[in-house]
Write a protein that binds this ligand. Structure first.
Ligand code: SF4
Length: 451
């Protein structure tokens, strides 16, 4: 059978969809790009915002326009939390929960369309098994996402992820070297370590995320490794110092802030305060002045007043942060924050949009300043694609700056050294210096290759 897959949401979902693709291929099916006619369409959903159900419906309609007789299966976080709601959507044949995601072919043998959709969704609360997954970005083999952790034991008041993904669990510590070596052998130049609450990594044999960082440093793989988002209370000084001295681990961090108001942070039930967050950012910058630091911020939390928002704005403005991911708060069923919203009436949508707009502008300015501060430095870039309009190569530096440069057309995505020259919109125009091998982020012992 031909199978098309579609992913909504985070990088972990993309990694898991890749795993689903491998599962279907192993079972003898042919995976085709979404948009081509297929016998089976599987949609891997997200539940972070209320848009999830709307997007899910749109994708189902699109899939049925392309393949009117396709079997439609829906899985992912939205499926785990609202299976009946999804089953009631016209055209859906089956809903699979988080635990059933990798058992789709076992649960549905014939993939025949049915009148009454079937729901395979069990309670995720007690699950301790870890489902491995990895994926890659773009068609080229530049960057892979390696899932090392899943689930979350925290209880942030706005978040439904712990209910959708269950308790924190992790890949076996001993599996990490073989996973990294396999991706290295497959020709990847960058791995992003991914998870829901990655800093909370704890292997069945007891190792922590700090041990993972030391392990990678000892391995010295011939590629670079980036950490995805990490909670501020879990990013230890030991991890910072190891990354600062590493030739493999990238000096780029994504550290959720969510609010710069002490009161709102408490209502959000986050596990740090603004002083600790500020101290962390300055400690990172003290060891790695060139480090990129991104932060998530939620605006329009139900108890966020204008004064609270001003606190957040000023707090972010005074921190050496490189960019923000701004989210408008979205009420999620069965969360304490949604109850606050019922009690207070919540922040009007127009105000959420306005606060979002202000922080996005601040983010653009922060990014411009960070990019500007790095002009004149040499960095290593993995060329990802050639812009068909400009003919220039584009890629990311180890410290997460998007650059473009002119270079020989047969680069084949090998790491190159560039000199950052000037900012141009959202990108830094750079001069290509030379291709390097073996790959090394900060180690001057690279070997230039003459093309
Ligand atoms: S740390 Fe908080 S926001 Fe992140 S997944 Fe866990 S509960 Fe949700």
């Amino acid at each position: 059978m031909t199978v098309a897959l579609y992913t909504l949401g985070c990088k972990l979902n993309y990694a898991e969809t890749s795993q689903l693709q491998s599962m279907f291929e192993r079972e003898g099916h042919t995976v085709v790009p979404f948009g081509q006619p297929a016998d089976v369409v599987i949609i891997n959903t997200c539940t972070v915002t209320e848009n999830a159900d709307r997007e899910c419906r749109q994708i189902i309609r699109r899939a049925l326009r392309i393949s009117p007789k396709a079997f439609i299966g829906v899985t992912g976080c939205y499926a785990q939390l609202q299976p009946e709601e999804i089953a009631s959507i016209d055209g859906v044949d089956a809903v699979f929960g988080a635990q059933e995601k990798f058992r789709i072919t076992e649960l549905i043998g014939d993939f025949q369309k049915v009148d009454t959709p079937r729901c395979f969704v069990s309670d995720i609360g007690g699950v301790i098994d870890f489902a491995e997954a990895q994926s890659y970005e773009y068609d080229s083999r530049t960057r892979a996402f390696l899932k090392i952790q899943d689930g979350c034991n925290y209880k942030c008041s706005f978040c439904t992820i712990p209910r959708a993904r269950g308790r924190s669990r992790a890949i076996d510590f001993q599996r990490i070297p073989e996973k990294i070596r396999a991706l290295e052998a497959a020709g990847y130049h960058e791995i992003v370590l991914s998870g829901i609450n990655i800093g909370d990594y704890r292997a069945p044999s007891g190792e922590t995320f700090t041990d993972v960082i030391h392990l990678i440093e000892q391995m010295q793989p011939r590629l670079r490794i980036r950490i995805s988002s990490i909670e501020p209370n879990l990013l230890t000084q030991e991890i910072i110092e190891t990354i600062a001295q590493s030739s493999v681990l990238c000096p780029s961090f994504h550290i959720p802030l969510q609010s710069g108001s002490p009161e709102v942070l408490r209502h959000m039930r986050r596990r740090y305060n603004v002083e600790q967050y500020r101290d962390l950012i300055f400690r990172i910058k003290a060891s790695m002045p060139h480090a990129a630091i991104g932060a998530d911020v939620i605006v329009g939390f139900p108890t966020e007043t204008n004064v609270h928002f001003e606190e957040t704005y000023t707090f972010v403005e005074t921190l050496p942060i490189s960019y923000l991911h701004v989210f408008s708060y979205s009420e999620r069923d069965n969360t304490p924050a949604a109850e606050y919203s019922v009690r207070t009436g919540g922040v009007p949508m127009r105000q959420r949009a306005e606060r979002s707009r202000q922080l996005r502008l601040l983010s653009a300015e922060k990014k411009r300043q960070f990019y500007q501060s790095q002009c004149g430095t040499e960095r290593i870039v993995i060329p990802e694609q050639r812009n068909p309009k400009t003919g220039l190569w584009e890629g990311w530096t180890e410290n997460y700056i998007r650059v473009e440069f002119t270079a020989p057309s047969m680069l084949m995505q090998a790491p190159v050294r560039v000199l950052l020259q000037r900012t141009y919109g959202d990108i830094v125009q750079s001069d290509f210096l030379y291709t390097i091998s073996p790959y090394s982020v900060g180690n001057p012992s690279y070997i230039p290759i003459v093309l």
